[in-house]
Design a binder for this molecule. Structure first.
Ligand code: ADP
Ligand code: MG
Length: 393
């Protein structure tokens, strides 16, 4: 379903409510520690301001659980947005209510205002129709550019669209386009690298990617469960004993051959606190009582050989405990292989992006998806609530 975007909207002289994802990390002094998400919203904001809209921005930050909590105020974000755009950013200390409604009417075309954290109000996460209508009272039109929150049916991401004409912003459009193409028309070979701690976090995506990708390369803790399902003794490694049947079913679904490719060697240690005692062994030779914390160099070479001819690569999930030096080589090595590829490369997931950044190659992938949960839900083939409410072309 192709959604209408900003380009389909007549917003000149109108008040436009823009749901953005300004859920940024703050440092100990309460300042914005990483403004990637603010920058990601700038094309939509600048386009609206240049086209003479009065822009009302709304976001959540952290998990204040429906009550005011100054640690999660968006005020520092208003300051950073002002610095990034060189424009004045008004700040509404209440996201809804008569004062904010008056401020929204006074906002001139070409000006912008940021609302306080919408999750200070219980109605946001409950998708309360009353709260949604109070948000809608601030504007004439609605733009959803918060892809990272689009898998949640909240008042500012979904409920508000019952009251206002609703379209996608540029970031939302780009995410839907690039991730949608992975499922509908990927250039082949299409190779997916999936890691992370557990299979149970990513069942839907695994099932879908087995159908869509030519090769599925598995790493991280979840690979242990696949290897155990094949009969290997993983010793003290993280294995989801209740997911062995699921792993067997996925392997059966992939059929014979190597459509699902598993590690051939692993970096093992007596426990996670002893990376200095690590050694690399074949998957059938883990010492008694030891555990796997990374894929071995043989696996990196095998996966690199699969990745090299790819025309499309999707990566979600580190292939080891990459936060611990010594258990990060597989993840960083594969990040560099993916960065060097000529393919369309798409990476998603908070930890995966952190790993790609750690490898120093974040600017060498085609698309860094800003949505963790939202990207995975979309790849499962599910319609996201924050997308479903937008007008179709
Ligand atoms: P993302 O945030 O990119 O979606 P996940 O949260 O699914 O990724 O997975 C990342 C986590 O998985 C990291 O904290 C990493 O340490 C952990 N992990 C990966 N492999 C292993 C392993 N072999 N043992 C323990 N933890 C692992
Ligand atoms: Mg994570």
């Amino acid at each position: 379903m192709v959604k209408k975007t900003l380009r389909d909207l007549d917003f000149n002289g109108k008040r436009v409510f823009v749901r953005v994802d300004f859920n940024v990390p703050l440092n100990e002094r309460g300042e914005v520690a990483d403004d990637t998400r603010i920058r990601a919203a700038l094309p939509t904001i600048e386009y609206l301001l240049a086209g003479w809209a009065a822009v009302i921005l709304a976001s959540h930050l952290g998990r204040p659980k429906g009550k005011r909590d100054d640690r999660f105020s968006l005020r520092p974000v208003a300051e950073r947005l002002g610095a990034l755009t060189g424009r004045q950013v008004r700040f509404a200390g209440e996201a809804v209510g008569p004062e904010t409604e008056a401020a929204s009417r006074e906002l001139a075309p070409g000006e912008m205002m940021l609302l306080e954290n919408v999750r200070f109000y219980p109605g946001e996460e409950q998708n309360d129709p009353e709260f949604a209508s109070r948000l809608a009272a601030l504007a004439d039109l609605y733009v959803n550019d918060a892809f990272g929150t689009a898998h949640r049916a909240h008042a500012s991401t979904a409920g508000i669209a019952a009251h206002l004409p609703a379209v996608a912003g540029f970031l939302m459009e780009k995410e839907l386009d690039i991730l949608g193409r992975l499922l509908s028309a990927p250039e082949r070979p299409f190779v997916a690298l999936i890691g992370g701690a557990k299979i149970s976090d990513k069942i839907g995506v695994l099932e879908r990617l087995i159908e869509k990708a030519d090769y599925l390369l598995v790493g991280g803790g979840m690979a242990n469960t696949f290897l155990a399902a094949q009969g290997h003794n993983l010793q003290a490694s993280l294995v989801e004993a209740d997911r062995l049947d699921l792993a067997r079913n996925l392997l059966a679904k992939a059929g014979p051959g190597e459509r699902i490719t598993l590690p051939i060697d692993l970096v093992v240690a007596p426990d996670r606190m002893q990376p200095e005692n690590r050694t690399t062994v074949a998957v059938e030779s883990i010492p008694a009582g030891w555990a796997a914390f990374d894929v071995g160099s043989g696996t990196v070479r095998l996966y690199a050989n699969r990745l090299r001819p790819a025309r499309t690569i999707f990566w979600n999930g580190p292939v080891g405990l990459f936060e611990v030096p010594g258990f990060d080589e597989g993840t960083l090595g594969l990040a560099r292989v993916i960065a060097a590829s000529e393919a369309t490369t798409v990476v998603g997931g908070g930890d995966t992006i952190a790993a790609v950044r750690q490898a120093g190659v974040l600017n060498r992938v085609t698309h860094v998806s800003t949505g963790g949960g939202a990207s995975l839900k979309l790849l499962e083939g599910r319609e996201l609530p924050g997308v479903a409410v937008l007008q179709n072309r």
